[in-house]
Design a protein. Structure first.
Length: 352
C-alpha cells in the first residue's frame, strides 16, 4: 500500500545509505548539491549513491558524501529502444539499481521518468507529493510523499525536501560542498577572467559588442581574459571577441573537468543563462550571471559569490527564443541595454 504521510518516519542508525535520483539537466544537478551538503553536515555518516545522466556523471563525485555514481542514458536510450545494445545497457542499469537495498530511495526530480527509476530500486521510496512535484503522476511511485511549497527557487525547494526526509532544519548558509582545490591551476602567469559567452537560445546571448567592450575594460585593469567554447558558432564568436585585443585568449576545446580548472582558479567569471554558470556558483568564484529574456527567480544561477543581473525592461523576461521587440539602436535583444559592460565591471571590481 502506498503511504503519503505529512511527515516521513524517523530515520535511525549511525549510517544512512541513500539512493538519490536526480538525472538532469546540468543546472538541476548543481541545484541538488546544496541539499546534499546540508545532509552531509546534519546527518552523521550519511552517504549517497547518485543516479544521473551519463553526460553529467563526473559532477556528483565532486562531493565527498557521494560514494557511488550510477549513470543512466535515458536521453540516448529512448531514441533507439529496439536496439539490442541499448536493451543490454538498460538491463545493466537495472542490475546496478537493484544491487543493494537502501535506507532511503529519494527522487529529487519529481518527473515520471525519475519516479520510474525510483520505483525500480530497493528501499523505502520518498519524493515530492502530488501537489509539489513538477509532474503530479510521479507521486504515485513513492511510499512517502513530501509537501514542498512551489513558487520558490529550485535550490530552496530541494533543500526543504531533504530537510523533511532526514529530519533537520535547513541551515542558514548556502554551500555546494565542492572543493575547488581539486583542480590544478592552468599554466598561466597572470590573473585572468573567464567569459562564458555561449548558451542555447539566441535571446540568452549578451550582445557580442558588449563582450568586446568588457574584454577591453578588463584587460585595461591588468587582467587577461580566457574565452572557452563548445561548438563552431561559439568558437567563431570567441575569435571575434579576441580579435585585436592583447591579453584575450581563445581556449582550445575541452571537456567539463578540464574547463573547471580554468573556472576554479579564475579571478572573476562573467556568464549568461547557461549550465556553466551554475558550475561557477558551486565553485564560489566572484561572478556575474546575466539574464535578459529568461527568469532567474526559480531556476537561475544562485550562489554566495554570484550576482545575478536581470533586465528590468517591461518586456523581460519574455521567455521567448526570438526577440519580440527588436531594438532600432542596435542592441539585440534590447533587454540587455539594462546591463552594459561598465556595470558588470564595476560590480566585480568592487567585490575585491
Amino acid at each position: 500500500m502506498r503511504l503519503t504521510p505529512n511527515r516521513p518516519p524517523q530515520l535511525k542508525g549511525n549510517r544512512l545509505k541513500v539512493l538519490l535520483i536526480k538525472t538532469s539537466s546540468l543546472g538541476d544537478v548543481f541545484h541538488t548539491l546544496p541539499a546534499v551538503q546540508d545532509a552531509f553536515q546534519q546527518v552523521p555518516g550519511i552517504e549517497f549513491h547518485w543516479v544521473v545522466e551519463e553526460g553529467f556523471r563526473d559532477i556528483p563525485s565532486w562531493h565527498p558524501a557521494v560514494t557511488r555514481v550510477i549513470p543512466v542514458a535515458w536521453r540516448r536510450w529512448r531514441k533507439d529502444l529496439k536496439n539490442r545494445a541499448v536493451r543490454q545497457e538498460m538491463k545493466a542499469f537495472y542490475a546496478d539499481l537493484r544491487d543493494q537495498e537502501y535506507d532511503v530511495v529519494l527522487d529529487a526530480q519529481g518527473l515520471v521518468k525519475s519516479a520510474m527509476f525510483t520505483r525500480l530500486a530497493r528501499g523505502p521510496r520518498y519524493g515530492l507529493d502530488k501537489h509539489s512535484a513538477r509532474e503530479p503522476l510521479a507521486a504515485l511511485a513513492y511510499q512517502y510523499g513530501i509537501p514542498v511549497a512551489k513558487g520558490r527557487h529550485a535550490i530552496d525547494r530541494i533543500r526543504d525536501l531533504f530537510a523533511q526526509v532526514f529530519g533537520y532544519e535547513v541551515p542558514d548558509t548556502l554551500n555546494y560542498g565542492v572543493d575547488r582545490s581539486r583542480w590544478e591551476r592552468p599554466q598561466v602567469n597572470s590573473d585572468y577572467w573567464v567569459f562564458l559567452h555561449g548558451t542555447t537560445w539566441e535571446t540568452k546571448l549578451w550582445p557580442e559588442a558588449y563582450w568586446c567592450e568588457l574584454a577591453a575594460l578588463v584587460t585595461a585593469q591588468g587582467f587577461s581574459v580566457a574565452l572557452p567554447w563548445g561548438n563552431e558558432e561559439e568558437r567563431e564568436r570567441a575569435e571575434r571577441i579576441a580579435a585585436g585585443q592583447a591579453g584575450v585568449t581563445v581556449l582550445p576545446k575541452m571537456g567539463l573537468n578540464e574547463l573547471n580548472a580554468w573556472l576554479a582558479h579564475a579571478s572573476r567569471v562573467v556568464g549568461v543563462d547557461t549550465g556553466l554558470s551554475h558550475v561557477v556558483a558551486a565553485l564560489n568564484i566572484p561572478a556575474v550571471a546575466i539574464y535578459g529574456a529568461t527568469d532567474a527567480r526559480l531556476t537561475g544561477v544562485c550562489g554566495p559569490e554570484v550576482e545575478v543581473m536581470s533586465s528590468t525592461r517591461e518586456c523581460a523576461p519574455c521567455l521567448s527564443r526570438t526577440c519580440l521587440k527588436p531594438d532600432e539602436q542596435g542592441v539585440q535583444p534590447p533587454c540587455y541595454r539594462d546591463i552594459p559592460p561598465q556595470r558588470v565591471l564595476d560590480h566585480l571590481i568592487a567585490s575585491d
